[in-house]
Design a protein around this ligand. Structure first.
Ligand SMILES: Cc1ncc(COP(=O)(O)O)c(C=O)c1O
Length: 456
């Protein structure tokens, strides 16, 4: 297929995810054909830096040979078997490896195929668990404003981004959204319990009836609204609120797990053992689709032992697929053996010093937030005078100015308009100092284009 053919056929036959028609039909629609380390090549031979690790997932970088070798070996040996009424070595090995890295007694893994499905499964587990314990009324869920938890209808109900939900109502009832932690700091002499976001959560629980809640869903660092790092003590307080009211705490770690924050799991970074952890992306670095729910062992046993049917009434054909789980084993083993988490921790200060310099240099940068290899740069009209972006400028920056500037410097990353105008950075975790410098250099050029646009 030649270059114009591939774009024409995409327009005709391939229905895009979350993409405006104008972008899909544009001549400059990216067609990526190859990946190598932290770089991608399009069908015109141009090399791009992958500043978002695909979609926050290609943690071990593109074009490895060890992970595909594990996939091929597994396909040759046993391409398919299920986790219904049977097991196979690949899923057992993956579950053992992943649970061994998880905090506390999160010792049991339920495999699925994506982050949305992981969230969906966690909702169902929480409800059925409470039912099995004689509390069928515990069905309600709390999550945070502007949080993204996936697109299937249950996960979408938990998601807190109004524009993603608007076309699809009515959604699952009984989901309550509370404030996220943007700009929050524990007051002097106070504790995390004094944070307005957590006070609001307690208020909702008390108002709606503590024994009607099944679960609280939260990301260790919330992606949507721009890499919201929790205030000190936030997660410990979240744990204590859930314990007080008998609610399950679900850490949605679809982005945060597998080294993105410099730890195997974000919950461990913040010193907490949640009841469930949902994961996906980095578990295979995108070499195969996989998601999962880590479950505290007593809860898994509790559901099995006490459910009338003695079964978690949920599953799917591809859940725990041999090839995906073999890929997870190879990917996570490589991550461990190559000390990729060490790389993230070592280079974090260098990354952050670069972001500090970018903020200094560009008046359109309000602030940067994040940790590990996971950052958001929030944009404004002019930081010094306090002038905000107009709504129109925000749209122009996200749709035109930043994508054009990124193309000019051969950088792929994500301009984001969820709750503010942002540029997200989340490179592969194997990026070295030189790659990070290349990334920061590209972002510098993008921010110059932003400065010029909002000044004009
Ligand atoms: C925190 C979180 N949860 C769930 C999801 C949904 O994952 P998927 O796109 O694999 O369905 C995402 C996707 O980005 C996510 O970031």
């Amino acid at each position: 297929m030649n270059q114009s053919d591939v774009r024409a056929r995409a327009r005709e036959h391939l229905f895009p995810h979350f993409t405006r028609g104008a972008v899909w039909s544009a001549d400059e629609l990216p067609v990526i054909v190859r990946g190598e380390g932290c770089y991608l090549y399009d069908d015109r031979g141009t090399r791009f830096l992958d500043g978002l690790a695909g979609l926050f997932c290609v943690n071990m970088g593109h074009g490895r040979s060890d992970v595909p070798a594990a996939a091929t070996k597994q396909m040759e040996q046993l391409a398919y078997w299920t986790n219904w009424s049977a097991a196979h070595p690949a899923s057992v090995e993956a579950a053992t490896l992943i649970s061994g890295l998880a905090p506390g007694d999160l010792d049991t893994v339920f495999f699925v195929n994506s982050g949305s499905e992981a969230v969906e499964s966690a909702i169902k587990f929480a409800r059925q668990y409470h039912l099995s314990q004689g509390e069928p009324q515990r069905t309600k869920i709390i999550s945070r404003d502007m949080s993204y938890h996936g697109t299937t209808l249950g996960a979408l109900a938990v998601t807190g981004i109004p524009k993603f939900k608007a076309p699809f109502g009515p959604l699952m009832p009984g989901v309550f959204h509370v404030p996220h932690t943007l700009g929050e700091r524990v007051p002097e002499g106070g504790t995390a319990a004094d944070l307005p976001s957590l006070r609001a959560m307690v208020e909702v629980i008390e108002r709606e009836g503590p024994d009607t809640f099944a679960a609280v869903f939260a990301e260790p660092v919330q992606n949507s609204r721009g890499a919201l790092v929790p205030p000190d003590g936030y997660w410990a307080e979240l744990r204590s609120i859930c314990d007080r009211y008998g609610i399950l705490l679900v850490a949605d770690e679809v982005i945060c797990a597998f080294g993105r924050l410099g730890d195997w799991f974000g919950s461990a970074k913040y010193g907490v053992v949640p009841d469930l952890i949902t994961f996906a992306k980095g578990s295979t670095s995108g070499y195969a689709p996989l998601g999962g729910v880590l479950i505290r062992e007593p809860l898994a046993q509790g559901l099995m032992a006490s459910s009338r049917a003695g079964v978690f009434t949920h599953g799917s054909t591809w859940g725990g697929h041999p090839v995906s789980t073999a890929v997870a084993v190879a990917n996570v083993s490589a991550m461990r053996d190559e000390d990729v988490l060490g790389n993230v921790r070592t280079l974090e200060p260098h990354f952050q010093a670069g972001l500090d310099r970018l903020r200094e240099a560009h008046p359109s940068v309000l602030e940067w937030r994040g940790t590990g290899f996971f950052y958001a740069i929030e944009l404004t009209g002019d930081r010094d005078s306090g002038r905000d972006l107009t709504e129109e400028q925000g749209v122009e920056l996200v749709r035109e100015v930043m994508p054009r500037a990124m193309r000019e410097v051969n950088l792929i990353t994500r301009p984001d308009d969820r709750g503010a105008t942002l540029l997200m950075l989340s490179p592969p975790l194997v990026a070295d100092r030189e790659v990070l410098d290349d990334l920061l250099h590209g972002v510098d050029a993008v921010l110059s284009a932003v400065d010029a646009h909002v000044r004009a």
